[in-house]
Structure formats: C-alpha cells, structure tokens
Write a protein that binds this ligand. Structure first.
Ligand code: AMP
Length: 396
C-alpha cells in the first residue's frame, strides 16, 4: 500500500476526503475545531511535497439539496488561518466550476468543494457521482475515519477510479494504528471498560472482545441487564429483558475463557431520573422497587480502579452512569481519572465513542490518555471485527 510519508506528491492533484463535520453556531462560527485541526498535518504534507489539495467533506445533515447553514464556505476563514494560505472554494462539489478550479490549481494550492451531501448520491454511494469527483484529481486520499464505516461515494466508491493512486492520510493511519495496537498487539493485562445505556448497542463488541481481553469491566445502564441475569433485583433501572439470556451467555463465555468479568457490586440509586432526585447507595442487586441505579457506587469505583491501575492496555467506551447529570457523574469521572493515572504509569489507553470522548474532554483528560478516537460509530464497528468499507476500498 502507498504511504503518505513516502509518496511523491509533486505535480499531483490529490482529492482528500476529510471529516470537516464540525459544529457551527448561529453566526456560522466553528464552536469545536478538533476535526479541522486533525486534518492539517495531512494537508500540509501534500503541499510541502509539491501537490495541490482538493478537500471534500460532508457537514451536517442537509435534507434536500443546498442549505446555507450547511455550506462548507463557513470554514474557509479558519482554514486560511490554519494553513497560512488563501484557500479556494467551489460552490458545487461537481460540475463546470469545480472542474475549472481543480484544473487551474497550482502545486501547494488548496481547493475546498461544497458539501458532498447536497447530493443524495453521496450517501447512496452512487458510482456516476463518485466518478465526477474522481475526475477532479490524480490521486485519492481517505482521511475521514469517522465515515469509514459507510460505503458512500466519497468514502469508498470513488477509490475504484484510482486503482493505483490511493492512500490514507494521517488521521486515518493513526486511528487504524491505535485500534490495531490495542486489539492485536496490546500488552497484557488488557482491560476493556464498557458502559453506556444499552447492551444491545454493545453486545457484538462484548462477544468480540471476550477472546482478546483479560478483564472486562461493565458499567452504565447496561450493567442492570447483567445483574438481572445473575438473579439480582434492579428496581426500576434500565433493563433489556430480551437480552438477559444473551448477558447470561456472555457471563458463561467469560468464565470458560478465563476472562475476569467485573460487574458493579453497588450503585447510586435515585427515586427519579433527575439531578435533584433523592439518592442512596445500595447493593447493585438489591435495588428497592421504585428506585433506579444511575451510577456505579463507591465500592465498585474502588474495585474498577484497582483493575484499571494494574492494566497495560485499556480500551474505554461508554460512561459508567448518567454523567450528563452532576449527581450521577462520579463514577465516570473516577474511571476517567483511573485510566489517565494508569496511562501515566505506562499503560496504552484508547478512548472512543461519543460519550466517553465528551467525558475526557469535559474532565480535561484528553492529553492524559494515549489516544482519543475521532470516529465513534466507525471505531465500534472496527472493534466488532467488521471490515470498514472506507478502509477496504483503499487497501484492496
Ligand atoms: P451509549 O450511547 O449507549 O454509549 O449510552 C450513553 C448514555 O448512557 C449516556 O447518555 C448516559 O446518560 C446513559 N447511561 C449511563 N448509565 C446509565 C444508567 N445507569 N441508566 C440510564 N442511562 C444511563
């Protein structure tokens, strides 16, 4: 496979699928530029190598055709600053103007195409649309890990028009390296910490990880399906009745494989789903009727801490409780700090999934973990063992 570090970009026009799906306020100002910052090294590498860059992305969820609030033109001032050059813009991602601007691009210059999702052909993976995008460039680069699990025109279908000249950018490369490092080359003991609301969203991951981990820690709303499967009383806590059997099977499989499964022993129970609710700490399997567990309790925090601090590789996905409400955030805060401490002592830690990433950002621990994955859904599918179309299309 071609590698961004060694590829000769001189005189080439490179069309790069980036993830510029950033939040904008009502004045169209960027409120979180993480994704743009992440793409800068890739863009600069191509420019320094003598190539011209054509950037394409989606932004938001436009319904039918162009919408002002989803225009990528709002990103141009920020890109000018970050790249230290006058970035050009084509107000349609395909067609005459885009073609003319792409043709006229000189080495080192950058052109941004208008939002790909102004065409429904993008998400449909339309081949003719992908071909029109492909005609703008000599080389295809995918640097959008966040959409790699989708077989869209710009993330996967387009690659066929560049049978030789296709490669990953740094964002994509780093994501794949970090996840592979954890799943395939992780030092032992390897601990996965899974939380979040539902077992249904995580069951495939649990199954896939049982073969790989030494310790599996379960928290969040999904713990109660496991606790019920073990015969516990969970009051009004979140539960997926139809997955109790599946949870039981996972417990048995962990036992067969010698995986240490850690299910909370105590919980912070509340009389209603409210920050101002009355709360009490109780045994996780003895929650009174009318009460619901909304966070892990102090004994559990201590036990989870011990496991995490003695791990060499840690994967974290999903909060331990309803961390959006301050009254139920303690468990998630404690676990985030435990992962940061373990990382400081030499462990490799990978944090992924929207809510866990939000948590490390909120508690200012982003720089204290080894890697924060930018692609929630893509990361989960990758961990489940699925082939991602956006990755496959470049590798094939
Ligand atoms: P997910 O999208 O599946 O990762 O779930 C994240 C959501 O799970 C967050 O919004 C949390 O508030 C929620 N959550 C975590 N613990 C609990 C709990 N004990 N009961 C209900 N919801 C929870």
């Amino acid at each position: 496979m071609k590698n961004i570090d060694t590829y000769d970009f001189s005189g080439k026009k490179v069309i790069v699928r980036v993830d510029f799906n950033v939040p904008l306020n009502d004045k169209f100002e960027i409120t979180d530029d993480t994704r743009i910052r992440a793409a800068i090294p890739t863009i600069q590498k191509i420019r320094e190598g003598g190539g011209a860059v054509i950037l394409m992305s989606h932004l938001g969820r436009p319904k039918e055709g162009p919408e002002e609030k989803f225009s990528l033109k709002h990103l141009i001032p920020d890109l000018n600053d970050k790249l230290g050059t006058e970035v050009q813009f084509a107000d349609d991602c395909i067609g005459e103007q885009a073609k003319q601007k792409a043709d006229a691009l000189q080495p080192g210059q950058v052109l941004v195409l208008e939002n790909l999702r102004f065409y429904k052909e993008e998400t449909k993976g339309d081949e003719a649309f992908a071909k029109k995008l492909a005609e703008l460039a000599d080389v295809y680069m995918n640097d959008a890990f966040g959409t790699a699990h989708r077989a869209h025109a710009s993330t996967a279908i387009i690659a066929q028009f560049f049978p030789e000249e296709k490669l990953f950018g740094y964002v994509m490369g780093n994501e794949l390296k970090s996840i592979n490092k954890v799943l395939k080359e992780g030092e032992k003991p390897f601990t996965a910490v899974l939380g979040g609301a539902k077992v249904s969203g995580k069951i495939e991951i649990i199954k896939h990880l049982l073969d790989k981990v030494d310790n599996l820690i379960i928290g969040g709303g999904m713990m109660f399906t496991f606790i019920k499967a073990m015969g516990g009383k969970i009051g009004n806590s979140l539960v997926e009745e139809d997955l109790i059997e599946t949870a039981r099977e996972a417990i048995e499989k962990a036992d067969e494989l010698g995986v240490s499964l850690y299910i909370p022993t105590d919980t912070i129970a509340a009389d209603k789903f409210d920050n101002e609710a009355e709360t009490k700490t109780c045994k996780a399997g003895e929650i009174p009727e009318g009460w619901m567990g909304l966070d892990i309790g102090p004994e559990t925090i201590k036990n989870f801490n011990d496991v995490i601090e003695n791990s060499a590789t840690i994967l974290w996905n999903g909060p331990m409780g309803v961390f959006e409400l301050e009254s139920f955030a303690k468990g998630t805060i404690a676990i985030a700090h435990a992962i940061a401490n373990s990382t400081e002592k030499g462990a490799f830690s990978l944090v992924g999934g929207g809510d866990s990433v939000a948590a490390v950002n909120k508690y200012k621990l982003k720089d204290k973990v080894s890697y924060v994955s930018t692609g929630g859904g893509a990361m989960l599918e990758f961990i489940e063992g699925k082939q991602l179309p956006g990755v496959l299309a470049v590798q094939e």
